[in-house]
Design a protein around this ligand. Structure first.
Ligand code: GCU
Length: 680
């Protein structure tokens, strides 16, 4: 039924393994929670719902402790916790970490979920449920878990009229018209889903911002959402339109160094905090793609960010200032522009500013090298921005599991120092930052199943899990998501996990193999259009990026070309600068390669390109075939949705392959290898 999609990974169906079910029933008899803090209420309510479902019998809240009690509490509630866990161990948990332990208390066997702060207990409760959902032993638990990253956010690109920029799963879930009076159950379920994976913040509006959002009427609506999210430890952030002082404040300027402007933002911020005492802060896109910003007044990004930072600082707020900037008027390779703008500003930002950087230098392509700003601004906390909504990856129609893409970037070594992988830059290890963040541009909409494609849910899930623990592998995350979302049956888990792990590379192969990028349809970004050259800006044209000609294809970013490579550390430059040693996956990102050039396999570039495109299509057929075998494991509705979507994906993989090869062939003037010449 439709509910199967709606419930995401929080299904709580009764455990289908009788022996295990019996064990769990013995080990879990009740819940005890000696506090009425809103977050603890959320925690024990979730445990009641979850455990009652999973165990197929009512598990209720009790004041007495018996064998099998799940005991939630802080040390201030229960002095024995302090003795048991110790001050230093508790302190190490910080604001959000938790401990789950099997202990003896008053002679009874109980499972203790404790933390330094209430939020930790909430996360511990969800973790405990996950253990059961994935059918793990809960016999002798001794788990300590602390998030690696402080701000774990979704960025919704939702407009105030309920359209969603780059949203492919229906309209916005924020029902502004009926807010603040009406709290849709969907808000609560959204918050539960986020809390279950550790997401603790949401920027709920489009980065291409509307200043109206900051007016009284709208702030009341936002406050109602904040109230709904608070028990789930989720803070709200708003996108701030830089020209708001002019548009809604009637000032003549938005110059960040102007006293009146500064006062306007200060007053506006105070007003926001009156409505939302725990407001998180602002997310800002400025001087990018036509958005206003400090550069309109000959000021820098730091001037702009600091003005807002000063306004939120007295309230403990933060500013996330985006580094996604490039300008058509600059002749410079678009790849280089964010670095050129931001690197010189390192050290000039206030303490409560993070610069939010997309994972790669262009724009959420199926594969990009890591953004050269990572490792280049040691004095500034850099927040990772990923995109969950698949703007360039087949929208909510293609099955692509994004964890391998995210991990590839996190695992990349920036060589800025010792211990300076992108993961370590972002989680603060490298430069000792404690203000750290990771955001995902949301793929959530009003579709019954939230993300349009049932597998889109996995990408939302991944963002939360990776932000909590960036050492988790793609396989681990897929495995636990599949078990919770579909079933624990091993054959299903194994097959679907394999399919998910392969899906990203398959897509790269049928869309943009060998380091091709940004060759999709103009503006809507769906489907292939490598030939397109009519965009109003050169740097939006596919031809700008692939540069195919009679000699070869690819963007020369070595010293002989745009020299974007110089923005990386020497050790990274060395990996890419030589055509002969550059990994094939990044070849056309950095080199203009002759059609006849022989790659590592000894085949020519052209033959290799044909191989990749053809193998991409074949692999989608492999996915279809594997999925077909999953029919009897899950509900008919989701089975059929995925089957139909895979069929479209197959057609469109063929479309990508044929369009790209036939177009590029007009330059290469070489045949498609004979082995592929049978029609299909
Ligand atoms: C992409 C996307 C835009 C978005 C922009 C951004 O370019 O196509 O819709 O506004 O990214 O991240 O700001």
């Amino acid at each position: 039924s439709a509910e199967d999609g709606y419930r995401l990974w929080l299904r709580y169906n009764t455990i289908d393994n009788p022996a295990l079910l019996q064990q769990y029933r013995q080990q879990i008899t009740s819940i005890s929670c000696p506090s009425d803090d809103a977050r603890l209420i959320a925690a024990h309510q979730e445990l009641q719902t979850g455990l009652s479902g999973l165990l197929g019998k009512k598990i209720s809240l009790q004041t007495t402790v018996t064998n099998g009690t799940i005991l939630l509490g802080l040390r201030s509630h229960l002095p024995f916790i302090r003795k048991l866990v110790g001050d230093t161990a508790l302190a190490r948990l910080g604001e959000e970490g938790f401990i789950i332990r099997t202990v003896k208390h008053e002679g009874k066997n109980v499972t203790l979920i404790t933390a330094n702060k209430e939020a930790g207990i909430l996360y511990g409760a969800f973790h405990f449920l996950r253990l059961l959902q994935t059918q793990q032993s809960i016999q002798q638990l001794s788990i300590t878990s602390v998030p690696k990253i402080k701000l774990r956010l979704l960025n919704h690109w939702d407009n105030l009229n309920r359209t969603v920029e780059r949203g492919y799963a229906g309209g916005s879930i924020w029902d502004w018209q009926r807010l603040p009076g009406y709290i849709d159950q969907r808000y609560i379920d959204y918050a539960r889903a986020n809390a279950s994976i550790g997401i603790n913040g949401a920027a709920i509006t489009n980065v291409n911002a509307n200043a109206i959002l900051l007016t009284e009427e709208w702030l009341q609506k936002v406050a109602a959402l904040a109230n709904a999210f608070r028990p789930y430890n989720i803070k709200i952030y708003l996108t701030a339109r830089f020209s708001a002082p002019v548009e809604i404040g009637k000032l003549k300027t938005a110059d960040p160094l102007n006293e009146e402007v500064r006062k306007w933002w200060k007053d506006k911020t105070d007003e926001i905090y009156k409505h939302i005492p725990d407001f998180g802060g602002f997310l800002v896109k400025a001087n990018s793609e036509g958005q206003p910003g400090p550069q309109n007044y000959q000021r820098t990004h730091a001037d702009g960010a600091n003005m807002l930072a000063d306004a939120v600082a007295p309230h403990g707020g933060i500013v996330m200032w985006r580094a996604f900037v490039y300008s058509n008027e600059t002749p410079e390779d678009r790849f280089k522009q964010a670095y050129n703008d931001f690197k010189p500003l390192d050290g000039q930002f206030r303490k409560n500013v993070l610069v939010q950087v997309k994972n790669g230098p262009i724009d959420f392509q199926p594969r990009e090298p890591f953004h050269p700003l990572f490792g280049a601004m040691p004095q500034t906390p850099l927040m990772m921005e990923y995109q969950l909504t698949q703007e360039y990856l087949g929208f909510a129609t293609h099955l692509v599991y994004l964890a391998p893409l995210f991990k590839e970037v996190l695992d990349a070594d920036t060589h800025a120092k010792n211990n300076s992988t992108v993961a370590q830059i972002v989680d603060g290890t490298t430069d000792g930052h404690t203000l750290t963040g990771m955001a995902g541009v949301s793929n959530i909409g009003s579709d019954i199943n939230w993300t349009g494609h049932p597998f889109g849910q996995a990408n939302w899930y991944t963002l939360g899990r990776l932000a909590w623990d960036n050492t988790l592998t793609s396989a681990q995350i897929a495995n636990e998501w599949i078990r919770q979302t579909f079933t624990n049956k091993q054959a299903f888990v194994d097959t679907v996990q394999q399919l998910m792990l392969a899906s990203r590379e398959i897509q790269v192969n049928y869309m943009t193999p060998l380091g091709l990028h940004h060759i999709m349809g103009y503006s809507h970004h769906y489907g292939p259009a490598p030939w397109y050259n009519k965009a109003p800006r050169a740097d939006w044209n596919p031809v700008y990026f692939h540069k195919a000609d009679s000699i070869g294809i690819g963007f020369d970013r070595t010293a002989a070309g745009s020299n974007a490579l110089a923005q990386y550390q020497p050790a990274v430059q060395q990996q890419f600068e030589n055509m002969a040693t550059c990994p094939e996956t990044f070849l056309l990102w950095f080199h203009h390669v002759p059609w006849d050039y022989r790659v590592h396999s000894g085949k020519t570039l052209w033959e290799t390109m044909c191989d990749k495109y053809y193998s991409g299509v074949d692999s989608v057929r492999w996915m279809q075939h594997r999925w077909e075998g999953m029919k009897n494991y899950i509900d008919a509705e989701r089975f059929s949705q995925i089957k139909q979507l895979l069929a479209i994906q197959e057609q469109e993989a063929v479309w990508w392959r044929n369009a790209c090869l036939l177009y590029f062939q007009t330059f290469s003037r070489k045949p498609i290898p004979a082995k592929y010449e049978k029609p299909d």
